[in-house]
Design a protein around this ligand. Structure first.
Ligand code: HEC
Ligand code: HEC
Ligand code: HEC
Ligand code: HEC
Ligand code: HEC
Ligand code: HEC
Length: 497
């Protein structure tokens, strides 16, 4: 064996280097095998195997090389030789074996390096790496993602996309993120909108062909009111999604906004892009229509610092996967499915209250939710608290589950910090522009007529008659609030005010 290795290798520095590289390589292989047989899935193992150990291997090899060069240099001096490179004579059998051995080893190393870099590339792009490495920081995004329509789309497909430039950009910003996590410098919650998000054309539109014509989509909702009887209200909406391209269908409907036949620019005066006083539509014909809000609170000088942006998918679909749902939404759904018994008195209001109370930690919430709900029943409905005990227990379990998927007190994440721009009930959403107060310079008003974006096919309040019509029934608000729902934005009462 010794005769294969150049004599210059036998010096303390090179041997230490080789030992570091050798041990790291052995550990790497050992961990890979272990992880394979254990079924994988541990984020930290990946970081060690594919990032830290390879760094040590490279470091070890570099030290070895430094040792060899140093040794060679010392010898040359000792012998008083003139400066020249070591002579390799392939006719000399000894030189030939050494050369062959070193060349073979280098090739093997290069292949291993290529394999390792590919593994490292794959690993740092994996959902496991993005979602679970900085566990507490990414927990909200990861948890919400796991229960979303995009659960099988990797984080990198939306946040990085293809191409080397964005890969490098993402790793540089990733390095900063590692720093901010290590020194506890990140904001809670993480600020949105994400300003350096890759444009939707290069991410969303790679999978969702924007020219596609979407037909109408029916949505059916059951709501429960906050009274003791949990009075229910049922609604059936036909959402006019439509399309944005004249070649694939009519360009009416909601997807008319997609940047195919029209370009829409808007100015937002707040950091979350929720207040939009000015909009400009650039039509294909070259005509530009400017819409301005007639809202009294809006002042011209606010526009100077406003962010100007071209509308794309993210301006509506800002929560395609990190969807933090509201207490009302989630409890209505659980009651509709019978997971929470609608016959349990005041189940709606008590559940919504349990979810909305301030908790400092998730564990705190898990401990308090049950206590709170049982207390409410013991106090307000002592009989029910005995006769419907199992329903109350299952309500508690359901509310805990809802809480742990939608509320993350440690990161201060919930629907309140991350408004969802699809719809208009809990956050302004479409009504940021379609509030009936934006008037165009051609006199057109951005309508908030209830049958513009959807047709209300049917609605029914508990035992009352069913109202049904294909042309759209006129809306009735579930509780009498006069004309307030026609004049105010729904989110002014239903949102985080
Ligand atoms: C379907 C595309 C998509 C996938 C898949 C996706 N994200 Fe996102 N993510 C977004 C969009 C869009 C935003 C921007 C929201 C905004 O600007 O308001 C975002 C925002 C974020 C934010 C900022 C905070 C927040 O909640 O808005 C973090 C952190 C994040 N994503 C992490 C992840 C992680 C980790 C994964 C994988 C587990 C992931 N994302 C997968 C589209 C995606
Ligand atoms: C890698 C491909 C991929 C990318 C990138 C992607 N999506 Fe999706 N998207 C999907 C798949 C797959 C589904 C699920 C389809 C299904 O279940 O019917 C989906 C579903 C959806 C839906 C329907 C959700 C629902 O409630 O049914 C919307 C809206 C959507 N995506 C928007 C977006 C937006 C916005 C982006 C960019 C931030 C994006 N997607 C990026 C693949 C992708
Ligand atoms: C004006 C706001 C708006 C814009 C801009 C917009 N969408 Fe949508 N999109 C909607 C609404 C509203 C729906 C229906 C709501 C739902 O499914 O929950 C929808 C539905 C969808 C769906 C699901 C259709 C289905 O059948 O469930 C996909 C996919 C989608 N949009 C992709 C995109 C992509 C890609 C872009 C960007 C090119 C985009 N959207 C731009 C508002 C918008
Ligand atoms: C940034 C402002 C803005 C936002 C946010 C916005 N819209 Fe619009 N929308 C417009 C403008 C401007 C028009 C064009 C009116 C015109 O010129 O006819 C329009 C037109 C429409 C139309 C009529 C298209 C047609 O057939 O002519 C529909 C439907 C629509 N929007 C639905 C929605 C929905 C649903 C949302 C929320 C998911 C939404 N919009 C959010 C600005 C906005
Ligand atoms: C600019 C378009 C637009 C206008 C105008 C509009 N809506 Fe909507 N509405 C939507 C969209 C988009 C959704 C979301 C559907 C979803 O959740 O996917 C929605 C959802 C709803 C829902 C169900 C909300 C939920 O999440 O449970 C109700 C109720 C509703 N609209 C009532 C109305 C009423 C009443 C009016 C008239 C004052 C109105 N809408 C006007 C676009 C619009
Ligand atoms: C002036 C305040 C106010 C405005 C504005 C308002 N609502 Fe309501 N809404 C209420 C009250 C109060 C209730 C009863 C809440 C309960 O019993 O839990 C209610 C209940 C509801 C419910 C059923 C309860 C649930 O689970 O969410 C729906 C759906 C609803 N409103 C939709 C709308 C829509 C859509 C708009 C806008 C077009 C709107 N509201 C505007 C005050 C308002």
């Amino acid at each position: 064996m010794r005769r294969f290795i150049p004599k210059t290798f036998f010096n303390p520095i090179s041997m230490i280097g080789a030992a570091i590289a050798g041990i790291s390589l052995f550990l790497g292989i050992f961990l890979m095998v272990l992880d394979y047989f254990a079924g994988g899935g541990r984020a930290y193992v990946g970081i060690i195997t594919f990032i830290i150990l390879p760094l040590f291997i490279i470091l070890g090899l570099a030290i070895t090389l430094v040792g060899i060069i140093r040794q060679w240099w010392l010898r040359r001096h000792a012998r008083g030789l003139e400066y020249h490179f070591p002579a390799i004579n392939l006719n000399d059998p000894h030189h030939r074996t050494v050369f062959g051995f070193v060349a073979g080893l280098s090739l093997l190393f290069l292949v291993a390096l290529a394999f390792g870099s590919f593994q490292m590339y794959e690993y740092t792009e994996s959902v496991q790496f993005c979602g679970t490495t900085c566990h507490s920081v990414m927990k909200p995004e990861y948890t919400a993602y796991m229960y979303s329509p995009h659960a099988r789309v990797s984080c990198a497909e939306c946040h990085v996309g293809s191409g080397a430039d964005w890969y490098v950009k993402s790793k540089l910003s990733g390095a900063y993120q590692v720093y901010s996590v290590m020194f506890n410098k990140y904001s809670r919650p993480i600020e949105t909108p994400v300003r350096n998000l890759r444009p939707a054309q290069q991410t969303c539109e790679q999978c969702h062909w924007p020219k596609h014509f979407f037909a109408e989509k029916q949505i059916e909702k059951t709501y429960f009111l906050s009274d003791e009887k949990n009075t229910s209200w049922w609604l059936n909406l036909l959402l006019k999604i439509g399309g944005g391209n004249t070649e694939t269908g009519p360009t009416s409907g909601i997807h008319w906004h997609m940047n195919i036949n029209n370009k829409i620019m808007y100015a937002a005066t707040d950091s979350q892009r929720q207040v939009i006083p000015v909009i400009q539509v650039y039509e294909k014909s070259g005509k530009i229509v400017t819409y301005k809000s007639t809202d009294d609170s809006f002042k011209e000088e606010q526009l100077k610092n406003a962010e100007v942006r071209q509308m794309d998918c993210i301006d509506c679909h800002n929560r395609p996967t990190h969807i933090y749902r509201t207490p009302n939404e989630t409890v209505n759904e659980a009651m509709k499915l019978g997971w929470i018994n609608p016959k349990l008195p005041s189940a709606k209001s008590i559940s919504v209250e349990a979810l909305g109370r301030p908790y400092a930690t998730e564990q705190g919430a898990m401990d308090s939710i049950g206590v709170f709900i049982h207390e409410q029943y013991a106090l307000r409905f002592p009989d029910v608290s005995r006769t419907m005990k199992s329903d109350i227990d299952s309500t508690v379990e359901r509310i805990k589950k809802i809480y742990s998927r939608n509320f993350f007190p440690e990161m201060r994440v919930s629907w309140k910090n991350y408004p969802n721009n699809i719809g208009h009930l809990y956050s302004p959403g479409c009504f940021r522009c379609h509030d009936g107060k934006h008037v165009g310079d051609n006199g057109k008003v951005l309508s908030r007529d209830c049958n513009t974006c959807h047709v209300i096919l049917a609605q029914k309040l508990d035992k009352k008659d069913l109202h049904i019509s294909l042309d759209g029934v006129s809306y009735e608000h579930p509780v009498d609030i006069g004309d307030a729902w026609k004049e105010m934005n729904c989110s002014e009462c239903h949102g985080n005010q």
